[in-house]
Design a protein around this ligand. Structure first.
Ligand code: IVH
Length: 698
């Protein structure tokens, strides 16, 4: 690669040197644009970037005849340093659960029927449509005009891409009369395969970097800071869902699709109304067969319960609707050489083997590492270093090693011996009976665990500090800049007194340091459920963290309860394990966390720096059952246990598995047993199903 030689003054460059340097600058600037705009991982400071752009302009000014077709200066406004503004979605943007086999689809259908308490003869229709691989977007129309467009982001908050979306010809700026006053249309921004290939061909010709696949290309094109750039990209849009609407679109998904079409949106076709799991399977097979004939990439199909009333009843779990599922196509595969097996140490000390591969393209993406899951998996497949292996990618899932091509095994290769010591800290690594995972026993002295915990702490669903990605926090940890969560919040203060302030670090500048400090300030208030999740306690994922928050409401109450629950015979322990879905195993992991003095110190330290917000039960004011503990027993008539529980929780109630003096209501269905009797004995209010429905206003 030609060199950039800023030490030579522009005035003394020869034409040859100038031409070589312009080529190098075009390449370097394009690369930094990509890192910044598309991958969000800049490698140079804003000032460093500006210097490159200025140098390029100065050379071009002196040698106008050497100006290149791909000159960075012809990309208007290539470098505004601000990102996109954040927009809160009026209605969260959900993602989808996945099914990878017909069996899993069958289970999905059965699950839906069970939840809705449908009888065998009761009909249940689904809309089946292609699952297009692009970037989801929400378009908000008011009084018929497109007023806002946002990416999905984390589902709650996305990026404001209104200006860019206005450049997409397929998206109506104005809706015809008859459209609701407020309408948020959701769908996918994508690129046709042919358009993608043609665009890449032109980019290659102009010496610009090419995109890996249509999906990346659509995402990169939409997330350009300059809408003029987006305007040159062949983006398209399919509408398949909606967010806030001031008036219902229709009574079924199928008819709602027709409404979207009437408003001028393109729909993802071919779609079909299906009445059974068999019909879904036939659709899947048919689309799978036509996959390569479609003009766009799809990674599966989506099934949605057709009735919108049933969709409403089904609601959602965590981030995905209960009424829809994505049925993925089988993964794309490729062969490559497994060069080495390395061991990663996770935040809970788990040793995970990783295959380091000779880079290979699988389904449009270059893969150089794959997970090997655990030691049994390596033994079972007898995977060895030096083997030729088949790797596959299924959607967003981490690449996997499927099998070894034994015929190509080199002579003298040896079985892989899984280490019994932690490769990071040297502590003994043990495998508890019945566990598949071997864990480092080094706990807090293990740097890998400490680092991973910190990474988890700043991850998207936890503290999600803008500009403090997992890579940066890992680098901060390595350099001793930040070693505990609380230190993140003291960073700005310490930086002022530091001899090596952040702005002096490689890749940082005045501005990026200031932005980071501001982003950190914004996270000084954190909802309890996110806080609990961020602690990275074993088995405490988002859903469990939320259950805990809902049950204990405040940080102080939770901590006190966890301390008391150390007594396995006491009330606090019984209360904990009585929370629906928290069993003894999860309880043990929680208590293990709280029995470790270092964890308490970290927690204490952190609590001094930030404000943990009390859990606010949803619809708390409006609901007579908010904050109450409810137990369902016996067979309910109008709904399944699952639906009853989901509804109660949506109204802010806690659902428990057994009756105690602290239970507020026991809802008694048919053939109820001992729980009803126990409620009576304890004087707990009992309700019939009808009374319960009346209480919650159904
Ligand atoms: S419906 C509430 N339908 O797939 C349901 N999503 O893996 C929201 N996607 O986030 C999604 N094609 O970006 C739906 N026909 C389709 C889709 C589709 C692609 C995307 C969407 C979603 C992701 C989940």
């Amino acid at each position: 690669m030609p060199e950039i030689s800023p030490e030579i003054a522009v005035a003394s460059l020869t034409p040859e040197q100038a031409a070589a340097e312009l080529a190098a600058l075009a390449e370097a600037i394009a690369r930094h644009d990509r890192l910044y705009h598309q991958q969000d991982r800049p490698e140079i400071s804003d000032a460093g970037y500006d210097a490159l752009v200025r140098r390029n302009a100065a050379i071009e000014a002196r040698f106008p005849e050497l100006r290149r077709p791909d000159s960075p200066s012809s990309r208007v406004g290539a470098a505004p340093a601000a990102g996109f503004a954040k927009l809160r979605h009026a209605v969260p943007m959900l993602s989808l659960g996945n099914a990878f086999s017909e069996m899993e689809v069958g289970e999905f259908v059965a699950r839906v029927r069970r939840f809705l308490n449908l009888g065998e003869g009761d009909p249940l229709d689904f809309v089946a449509e292609p699952k297009i691989d692009g970037l989801s977007c929400s378009l908000r129309y008011q009084a018929g005009w497109l007023v806002l467009a946002a990416t999905r982001g984390d589902g709650a908050e996305g990026e404001d891409v209104t200006a860019n979306v206005r450049t997409i010809a397929e998206i109506p700026q104005r809706l015809p009369a008859g459209a609701p006053e407020v309408l948020e249309v959701r769908g996918e921004v994508y690129m046709l395969r042919d358009d993608f290939l043609e665009m890449n061909r032109r980019r290659a010709e102009a010496g610009e970097a090419v995109y890996a696949n249509p999906r990346n290309s659509a995402a990169g094109s939409l997330r350009q800071l300059d809408p003029k750039v987006t305007a040159t990209r062949p983006l398209r849009f399919f509408g398949y869902a909606w967010g806030e609407v001031s008036a219902p679109l229709a009574t079924t998904q199928w008819l709602a699709r027709q409404r979207l079409a009437e408003f001028g949106f393109r729909l993802n076709e071919p779609a079909r109304l299906c009445a059974s799991a068999d019909q879904l399977a036939a659709y899947y097979a048919e689309i799978g067969g036509r996959r390569s004939d479609l003009r766009f990439d799809i990674d599966g199909v989506v099934y949605k319960v057709d009735s919108l009333e049933l969709q409403r009843r089904l609601g959602f779990v965590s981030r995905a609707p209960r009424w829809a599922i994505a049925h993925k196509f089988s993964a794309e595969q490729a062969r490559t050489r497994l060069e080495r097996i390395t061991i990663q140490v996770g935040r809970t000390g788990a040793l995970t083997p990783v295959a380091e591969l000779a880079p290979v393209t699988v389904g449009g993406v270059v893969v150089s590492r794959a997970t090997l899951h655990n030691e049994d998996e390596i033994q079972r497949k007898d995977i060895r270093e030096g083997d030729t292996v088949v790797v596959q990618r299924a959607g967003d899932v981490i690449p996997q090693v499927v099998e070894v091509i034994l015929g190509e095994r080199p002579d003298g290769s040896l079985r892989f011996v899984f280490p019994d010591h932690c490769p990071e800290c040297g502590s003994l690594a043990v495998r508890e009976p019945g566990e598949v995972v071997r864990r480092c026993t080094g706990g807090l002295i293990c740097p890998a665990q400490a680092k991973e915990r910190l990474r988890h702490f700043v991850s998207r669903d936890a503290f999600d500090i803008e500009g403090l990605g997992e890579k940066i926090i890992a680098a901060f940890w390595d350099d001793g800049v930040v070693r505990t969560p609380a230190e993140i919040f003291r960073l700005a203060e310490r930086d002022r007194a530091s001899l090596t302030p952040l702005r002096a670090r490689e890749g940082w500048g005045e501005k990026s340091a200031r932005n980071l400090f501001e982003a950190i300030e914004k996270r000084r208030a954190m909802p309890l459920e996110r806080f609990i999740y961020a602690l990275g306690i074993r088995q405490i994922g988002q859903a469990t963290a939320k259950l805990l928050a809902r049950s204990y409401l405040t940080l102080a109450a939770w901590r006190a309860a966890m301390a008391e629950a150390a007594d396995r015979d006491g009330q606090a322990y019984r209360d904990l394990t009585n929370i629906d879905q928290i069993g003894p195993a999860v309880a043990e992991d929680l208590l293990a966390f709280f029995s470790e003095p270092h964890n308490l110190a970290v927690l204490e330290d952190l609590a001094r720096e930030i404000e943990v917000q009390d859990f606010v039960p949803l619809q708390a004011q409006a609901s007579p059952v908010a904050g109450k503990t409810v137990v369902f027993t016996g067979t309910l008539e109008t709904m399944s246990r699952g639906e009853a529980k989901a509804r109660a929780e949506a109204l802010g109630a806690k659902v428990a598995g057994s009756v105690s003096a602290r239970t507020d209501f026991v809802v008694i269905g048919a053939d109820a047993g001992s729980k009803a009797a126990k409620a009576q004995a304890l004087g707990v209010t009992t309700l019939t199903e009808a009374q319960w429905l009346q209480l919650i206003g159904v």
